[in-house]
Design a protein around this ligand. Sequence first.
Ligand code: UD1
Length: 392
Amino acid sequence: MKIMSVVGARPNFMKISPFVNAIMKHNQANGNDSAIEHYLVHTGQHYDVSMSEAFFNALNIPNPDISLEIGSGSHAEQVGRTMIEFEKVVKANKPDWVVVVGDVNATCACSIVAKKEHINLAHIESGLRSRDMNMPEEINRLVTDRLSDLLFTTDEIASMNLRMEGVPEVRIKFVGNIMIDTLMANKEKAQKLALKQIVSINALEDRSHNFNSNTKDYALITLHRPSNVDLPDVLGHLIDFFCDEVCNDMPIIWPIHPRTCKNLKTFGLWKKVVGTVNMVLLNPIGYHEMLRLNMGARLMLTDSGGLQEECCVLGTPCLTLRWNTERPVTLKEHGGVSVLVGNVIDRIRQTYNQTLQEKCRPMQPALWDGRTAERILRELILTSSSCKRTSP
Ligand code: UD1
């Protein structure tokens, strides 16, 4: 069996790592007859060392077999360029399966190409729905799931979404959350990292002196969604809240996404952010560093989907700076730790004050057990052999 897996952007890397490992283990345990031929394609949507290569190194992901070097651009440019380049790769290699993960532009672009080339398509992290068509990721998820032959879901809510959309039951495989495989495999290593060192090595414009390493509590922030960082007013109010309120209570550690950094400067907000005592700005940080920061944080303020899930398993109270989520299983009403606070300051403030009274409360949804990649590979092998048996 020939499998071609695709990654493009930062959140894909922690999802592919356990899958690649599962294939390597399978090949070691089985003879040549049932060995899986695997190709890893990196579309290059994220290309900075800190957004890409650092994750390959930290998670021991082998170098990509094929790099498309698509780079930045508008959505149409990214998706279009990826499709053109990926089509060449698929035609040349003719895989039995294309495996895509998550919901970034690379996921959607490569799914369309695979199906147009009549290749079987498997989607890891299928069925998540925010029902917000302003999110590019929602469009990517809908297109990818509509085209996929095997749809691997993280939880029963996601499986139910797919059933409601008419996906045949045999294609839906509830396997758990592959990102939690990575978290479990790396937790111990992350725990050993020293907070002080993470801050001093990664500090942006040497803001490390803003961090008192003896401090017990700190808040962790990540922000990159266009709905939060592309409008000067919205971003400005968030900055006021972070700098004038949260920083009065405790230090904030904030690894900044390139897009957010650029906009803070464009909107004239940079000076305030770097001038605030207790605001510790970091460059984008590595996987283990982020995990360590999350493990020690008093609370998280984020618009990332993946971090919501990691907070859930680690128990870090999480204020999700969005109005909706495709990951409802992480919300408090489902037993998780996350609250949707949008980007209106009154609401954020109220939840923030409540959260300060709360303790760390880890929660493990069903099958978020570190063995998802194994289950995915088993299903792929089973489906492939039953396809062979039924084909004329
Ligand atoms: C993408 C994903 C988003 C994911 C996020 C994680 C889509 C639609 N969005 O958003 O789901 O949560 O990645 O980071 O696929 N840039 C760099 N260096 C890089 C990459 C990007 O400087 O290595 C800058 C460029 O100015 C670029 C901007 O960041 O234009 C945005 O990058 P892009 O890949 O378009 O989207 P993200 O906002 O990162």
